[in-house]
Design a protein around this ligand. Sequence first.
Ligand code: ATP
Ligand code: MG
Length: 397
Amino acid sequence: VKGEFEKALPVLETLQAAGFEAYFVGGSVRDALLGKTVNDVDIATSAFPEEIKRLFRRTVDVGIEHGTVMVLLDDESYEVTTFRTESTYQDYRRPDSVTFVRSLEEDLKRRDLTINAFAMDNKGNIQDFFDGERDLKEQIIRAVGKPEERFHEDALRMMRAVRFASQLGFQLEADTFYAIVVNAHLLENIAVERIQVEFVKMAMGEYVLQGMEAFFTTSLYAHCPGLKYGKVALRRFSLISRPLKKERHVWALLLYFMGVNDPKEAAAFLKYWRLSNQLITDSVKLLELILYRHHYPLNHYIVYTFSPPLIWEAEDLLQMLKLPFDKRTAARLILTLPIQSREELAINGRIIMEETDSRGGPWLGEAIQVAEKAVVLGAIENKTEPILNWLKESKYI
Ligand code: ATP
Ligand code: MG
């Protein structure tokens, strides 16, 4: 037991000293056994939420109805969840109620995949009721229990199976694979937000070719928002060089391969996928930049209006797409931008109104805008006098 787990040991030991069972569970144990870096460790315990809260000085109720209490210790926080079973699954979605239990095995039984269903105690011993360690060694994605039943309980698990195939490069076990083929349509009952999370993880997976193969052959892709006819686009997407650094790169590239070139249409597609507004804006900007760069070189004004990070990322994506790109020019333009934002402009509405001794109006905004563009493009120096003179000569004020 080391690293992130070691720091969390006091939580396990406090629970154990009080007579409860407590284990590390879920993705953190899987990643540790795979030799990957572990970020947040999850803890499962036989203690009920009220019992957990009594044992620790600082706790936060983050999901107490699901049995999760956040324990704050030193600078860290840990999610401690009571062993539970899930019941009354309706419409192939997450259960509407959970039942707390005292048995680890019952808790592990409700988990999705064998490689996500073992537990590790404070000594580093693994509790593995479903041969998850064997599947990890043999690189197999297998549902816990009867795959068909498990996908009926929660259809998102099918997406999770494929995304782990993409992240880990594992193969789907035959029964699990077949159950996805038969039940892929059930994905349509799942909230798009939840599908989105798994889709992005799949799309960014290190073994995306393998993940995409499973996504196609099971037909899962056809039940994702707006992807019914997206197979060719997805295939092309999966073939470009990796890794993708950001979520917005996934969406910009996917839109590009889908041949969407109207920003409004692109935004509508992403809205349908329930992306945040910020992510929609940035992804669409990246798409616009890629398309713009098919025809035009970069200039200071483009860099200024789209922001340096997006400019740089667009050149990166062009390179991945094996299209003409120009990082040297991008870097030079970014480093030599005369101003970064309108606040840095040496004039503003007040200065112009004083100079011209007149009141505001639409003309004022227009004047500021042309001055801004002229400064950004280097046509005038960013100094008050030259800008005012230039605006007068050009009859803007
Ligand atoms: P990641 O490293 O991407 O966080 P993870 O395996 O930790 O992967 P989480 O979504 O954080 O995934 O879930 C934590 C654990 O909860 C999983 O390892 C699994 O045991 C269980 N789990 C998560 N989602 C489901 C689900 N839909 N059905 C059953 N068990 C699930
Ligand atoms: Mg996790």
